[in-house]
Design a binder for this molecule. Structure first.
Ligand code: HEM
Ligand code: CA
Length: 285
């Protein structure tokens, strides 16, 4: 599940119409869809809300009128570690340690973590555990945050080794050679470990043997894949996750009880979704 979510964030980030613009139980063409609650639905919370307010994916400007509506992917569709490095050169400066070959990390309580989102800090030593990374969804779930931290540390581990082997490399060379290796590691885990487990015997017929890079393949991500098919992973989310103390002993089960006492994962997605949308800054066309 956890690697799958990380992969989905490497391949796609669909901009949504801000939820504040969809706060009524009404269909607003092109923007919002209201899913009305059926009288027989047993969920009282849904009845209180009257409908589920669904924001539509933002269109690419100009599409949806004389030509079919197309959705925007804010991230690089290639599996290239973009949750770690960002999807644009401008963003990279936020994560790279100056002009060195290393990624920024924050040392906290003897741990190497991601930099804190300073807008959530009351003082230098009093910050919320909200991190900055190449994909803004890094804080959506602590398993996902851990995966980000893992690959950020992996980058710095490899960069340190490469630096020892190639002391003449400048920061740019060191950074990009390392990034290439980390991206390749993520691809290798995806194709050699994750997909064979997910697809089972269908792996051979659906993915098959890698025959080398083909520049003619359209590498953009299909809407059907992100909006539908790949969300199969939501069904893999467990309701409880074991948590470890500093001695790696199981302390308690970390349920999703921050979601107003309910532990059902569908509801989790819905709740996190609403929280997450309220943080979105991007507007639609
Ligand atoms: C703790 C686990 C997870 C949580 C809390 C979570 C939550 C969410 C939320 C809130 C969204 C945005 C909802 C929306 O666009 O309507 C989303 C989108 C998505 N999720 Fe998950 N998810 C989790 C795990 C997974 C897993 C394991 C997979 C696949 C293996 C996955 C695949 C996707 C995909 C493909 C999208 C659409 C991405 C886009 O187009 O931007 N998610 N998820
Ligand atoms: Ca990517």
């Amino acid at each position: 599940m956890q690697f799958g979510q990380f992969m989905s964030h490497d391949m796609a980030k669909t901009t949504l119409v801000p939820s504040a613009k969809c706060n009524v139980c009404q269909n607003i063409p092109g923007r919002c869809m209201a899913v009305f609650i059926q009288p027989q639905d047993p969920n009282q919370g849904f009845h209180n809300d009257q409908c589920l307010r669904v924001s539509r994916s933002s269109p690419i400007c100009g599409s949806g009128r004389s030509r079919p509506r197309q959705q925007l992917n804010e991230n690089t569709g290639y599996i290239d570690g973009s949750p770690i490095y960002g999807s644009s050169i401008d963003d990279l400066v936020k994560f790279r340690e100056g002009s060195t070959g290393f990624l920024k990390i924050k040392r906290f309580n003897g741990l190497q973590l991601l930099p804190f989102d300073e807008s959530t800090c009351h003082s230098a030593n009093d910050c919320k555990a909200t991190f900055v990374a190449g994909d803004s969804r890094v804080n959506l779930f602590f398993g996902l945050t851990s995966t980000h931290i893992l690959f950020t540390r992996e980058h710095n581990r490899i960069a340190a080794r490469l630096q020892r082997l190639n002391p003449h490399w400048d920061g740019d060379r060191l950074f990009h050679e390392t990034r290439k290796i980390v991206g390749a590691e993520i691809q290798a885990i995806c194709y050699r470990e994750y997909l064979p487990k997910v697809l089972g015997s269908a792996f051979a017929t659906t993915v098959g043997v890698y025959r080398g890079y083909d520049p003619d393949v359209d590498s953009t991500v299909a809407n059907e894949f992100t909006a539908g098919a790949y969300r199969f992973g939501h069904g893999m989310i467990q309701e409880f996750y074991p948590r470890l103390d500093q001695f790696n002993r199981t302390t308690q089960f970390g349920g999703f009880n921050f979601v107003d006492g309910t532990l059902h994962s569908d509801r989790l997605i819905f709740q996190v979704h609403t929280q997450f949308l309220s943080q979105q800054k991007n507007d639609y066309c």
